[in-house]
Design a protein around this ligand. Sequence first.
Ligand code: ADP
Length: 655
Amino acid sequence: MSKQTHAFQAEVAQLLHLVTHSLYSNQEIFLRELISNASDACDKLRFEALNNTALYEDAPELQVRLSFDKAAKTLTITDNGIGMTAQEAIDHLGTIAKSGTKDFMSKLSGDQKSDAQLIGQFGVGFYSGFIVAEKITVETRRASAAAADGVRWISGGTGDFEVETITRAERGTSVILHLREEALEYANTWKLKEIVGKYSDHISLPILMEKEEWQDGELIDPNDEKAGRKPGGMVKTGEWETINKASALWTRPKKDISDEQYADFYKQISRDFEAPLTWTHNRVEGSTEYTQLLYIPSKAPQDLWNRDKKAGIKLYVKRVFIMDEAEALMPSYLRFVKGVVDSADLPLNVSRELLQESRDVKAIREGCTKRVLSMLEDLAKHDKAPESTDGVTDVLSDEDKAKLGQYTKLYAEFGAVLKEGLGEDFGNKDRLSKLLRFASTTSDTVSVSFADYKARMKEGQDAIYYITADTLAAAKNSPQLEVFKKKGIEVLLMTDRVDEWALNFVHEFDGTPLQSVAKGAFDLGKLQDEEEKKAAEDAAETFKPVLAKLKEALKDKAEDVRVTSRLVDSPACLVVTDDGMSMQLARMLKQAGQQAPEVKPVLEVNPEHALVKKLDGSVHFHDLAHILFDQALLAEGGLPADPAAYVKRVNALLS
Ligand code: ADP
């Protein structure tokens, strides 16, 4: 194939522009990205070679070599991994295969630090070479292809790239960076060693550099050897040395690994720029043997909400990389966990399909889930400093101090995903419900557990009260809360989209039922005194004729109309039947284009309210009735079925 020019996919061109213009503050990551690609390429070769050892050709030692040429201003990263065919080079280095790239672009803020983080997450690694290179040449040959079927790919990182056939004896890929003038510092052994030490020490593959030796210059006086020599410089010796530790971090004993090394390893496998919140590292022995190193990130990734998002677990079998995103090893509601599982029992050629069926995998998955839950429980337990019982504040250990506030932080990022577990993992439902946190009428922060709530329950209170709404403001101002506020009863405010769904699976906590304040008839049980009950009954009696008229006027909108004592300041509110779907959930389903049953709510009116008192005998009865209903709907975040009619009615009354 002679030279061909191809245009980059539009997104790539756009991305390249961003990469070269916005990543200066994080320049050196390019090396980590390219080494990581080289390492992936070697992993792929090793994996394919399980069934075809010929792929190793005559070079079974997989490795990465770094070299530079100061005069030519180039830095080259060479691997003897799987390599690429011409078509693969065109496809992989000219397009972004990952879905959601457009979405990603729209999220870029122009702020270098956060953009750099996003770029890392989306894995556009190769293109980061253009941060330091004005031109990149890639020379590659696919393992087992003939030497004459090598490929050269060249691009200046703008609109297009060229591809041509070359002869390349060695299998694998060389990425040759033609360094920009201001990036010449990377053509330096020390600099490269420093960056490799920082980011790529744990790549389980040796990274080699040619050894350099100091050599004196020529004789100062050619006729007098004793006069000494001019200073020379570092000279390459032709001997290659390994510059990384090249040992899989998780195989080393815990005590030999520093927190910093754990954090660096996390950054390497997750492409996250931030340190993880916490991690757990264990060798599990027994009928199924494996090592797990699991991390909880500090921040949720952009695509956390995508339920198709694959798990963040890499599977190794006896230190050989098998696959990324091994979803069988972690339940979907823990998809934010990143890490490595290295099994001693699985066969090397295990496939995704096989994983789903394996009993060992099931055991590993259970073990990993339990570990993560323990990790969360530990953070939850140490989230707040223990309250002193005797006036003396306990002295916290440094380790415990470091955990203060961590769970709240974690929950803000991942709490909503965790809730999916209530419907997904029945075996761990109890543990999960203990991990839930909510805002409440006594706490604006999402920090109240069911246990906290129970400890604060009023004498005679026999339910955990909650309300669901779209926003915290809407929840807090719901008319349904009025009587609870008056009586000083705490109500949990649930504002996550998944809450309503998740609560389908949790009906009680530790023997106390959960009760929505917007569902069913109002009954505060023992919290209501006899006098109040009597007053309510009397009001219902005197109101009977008005209720009948209201019911008639609203027969298309309301299932029923009744008086209530749950309201204090508002004239009316809507509730649904005990087992009915909440109005909020019905709205949400409709918005999502899903089938939702028509919810006909019950209108409850406050007989003490001036507007309600006016109803009887009013010439505007019909309009008032509809306004009452529509306002109750508005108050809980809904919209009148006919907004224009509502406005007309209100205006008629106003004028
Ligand atoms: P990612 O590595 O996240 O897929 P990159 O932009 O870094 O994204 O690389 C795109 C693709 O190019 C890789 O998925 C791989 O198929 C191919 N590639 C990159 N570097 C190499 C390499 N050194 N050897 C073989 N293939 C490579």
